[in-house]
Design a binder for this molecule. Structure first.
Ligand code: ATP
Ligand code: MG
Length: 404
């Protein structure tokens, strides 16, 4: 069991987002470790002393970040040394390294080169405060994220592998598009009752769900994989991060196809996600963010009649947007979307979250469907973007019609 303790008033005050704990937990998980607790403490001696000694009793390894520096609010090193009944010594090699990087006038030099005798020192090549390891079970890292990350990756990971090898456990991550938690939950619950040695984590995204399965062996995960594959196989998408755009990226590149979009309510969000991946220019032609009726008409030739009689959020409008998109691009695939992201603009007939979409391949009739995305404006936009990319993935990978 590993605990992570973040130290710093700035975190408790909400001035600094605790990204260190996020980073460390992600890294540790991917290395196969189980993090059992996160704690955040103020820069005050009593809470730090109490929590460190409790944590050391409870867990086999404790990692702290912050409070290692030379300023008066930096207490972690002193308190840890007291807990381990350690004196301090002046380390000439740390001093020399600091002099080499910062010159002779670094005011904190003497302080930063003075380390507890009982601690193993981790050289900080990015900043001034060295990391410290006490008796192979308490690791102190600096608070500055770049320093903490460099120390962790370069020195703590090899230390962990040597002194705290991760338990051999199998882990699989599955990403599903177009599903919500509640659709996957019943099958997972049932399987867990039969296979209690497997633990399951469900992480809902916006229009996607990620499932982590942990078990003693890869064989123990097999019943889960088989059942999920049978019931929801066509919703699975390959991705290292759980982002649907990764699957689209690979699918289009490997098939040498191109894509163009006509985005109204998503305001370019799909384009933004797709172009966040390097190499997108090889398949992604672009997106027309035709937010106003005037641009829908002018750029995509949506007729005035349609806009007046049916409205911009309608089957007819997205059909014409889709046709216009194919007329002015050479794309093999296209998506046109129009909807009401809210919070204003909803009606009884077309409430906030009403989305119309057209999706398809050049030369074929498009799939046209409507759905309702729930949530606030940001959520509606994200769910719509990811759902449409999910529908595109299923269309390309399995030939499944959009909306089915
Ligand atoms: P140093 O004095 O060598 O810079 P330190 O160990 O004393 O390191 P702190 O003084 O606690 O570190 O924090 C330095 C800065 O690092 C803070 O101002 C804050 O911006 C950032 N920081 C501290 N803790 C975290 C954290 N948990 N997540 C993200 N950033 C953090
Ligand atoms: Mg601090």
């Amino acid at each position: 069991m590993i605990e992570i303790i973040a130290i710093g008033n700035e975190i408790l005050l909400g001035q600094t987002l605790n990204t260190n704990v996020h980073f460390l937990s992600q890294q540790l998980k991917s290395l196969g470790y189980v993090v059992s607790r996160h704690t955040t403490l103020p820069d005050e001696p009593d809470p730090i002393r109490e929590e460190l000694s409790e944590a050391l009793k409870r867990s086999s390894l404790v990692i702290t970040t912050g409070g290692l520096g030379p300023t008066c609010d930096d207490l972690t090193r002193q308190i840890a040394a007291e807990l381990f009944h350690s004196d301090f010594r002046y380390d000439e090699s740390i001093a020399e390294d600091l002099r080499r990087r910062y010159g002779d006038n670094l005011r904190s030099l003497k302080d930063q080169a003075t380390v507890p005798t009982k601690a193993e020192v981790l050289f900080n090549r990015v900043g001034t405060a060295p990391g410290l390891i006490f008796e192979k079970k308490l690791i102190l890292l600096p608070g500055v994220p770049q320093e903490m990350q460099a120390l962790f990756l370069e020195q703590v990971v090899p230390f962990l592998q040597r002194h705290h090898p991760a338990p051999q456990r199998a882990m699989t991550t599955l990403h599903f598009c177009l599903l919500i938690e509640n659709q996957l939950d019943p099958i997972l619950r049932e399987l867990r009752q039969k296979h209690t040695e497997v633990s399951v984590g469900i992480y809902p995204g916006y229009g996607t769900v990620t499932i982590h399965l942990f078990g003693p062996t890869s064989k123990s995960l097999q019943p889960f994989l088989t059942a999920l594959q049978e019931q929801f196989g066509t919703y699975l998408f390959p991705s290292s991060t759980g982002k649907i755009e990764e699957a689209i990226h690979e699918a289009f590149l490997s098939r040498k196809l191109t894509l163009a979009l006509a985005e109204s309510c998503t305001g370019g969000t799909m384009a933004s996600h797709l172009t966040s991946l390097s190499g997108a220019s090889q398949y992604f032609l672009g997106s027309f963010v035709v937010y106003s009726n005037a641009l829908k008409q002018k750029i995509l030739s949506v007729s005035e009649k349609t806009l007046q009689e049916k409205g911009a959020v309608s089957r007819e409008a997205v059909t014409e947007m889709f046709e216009g998109l194919f007329n002015i691009t050479t794309a093999d695939f296209g998506i046109a979307v129009s909807g009401i992201a809210g919070p204003l603009g909803g009606t009884q007939e077309k409430p906030v979250g009403t989305i119309w979409a057209a999706l398809g391949r050049r030369g074929e009739a498009p799939d046209i469907w409507t759905f309702r995305a729930k949530g606030n404006r940001e959520t509606i936009i994200l769910k719509t973007s990811n759902s449409l990319l999910g529908a595109l993935w299923r269309k390309i990978a399995y030939g499944i019609r959009g909306g089915e």
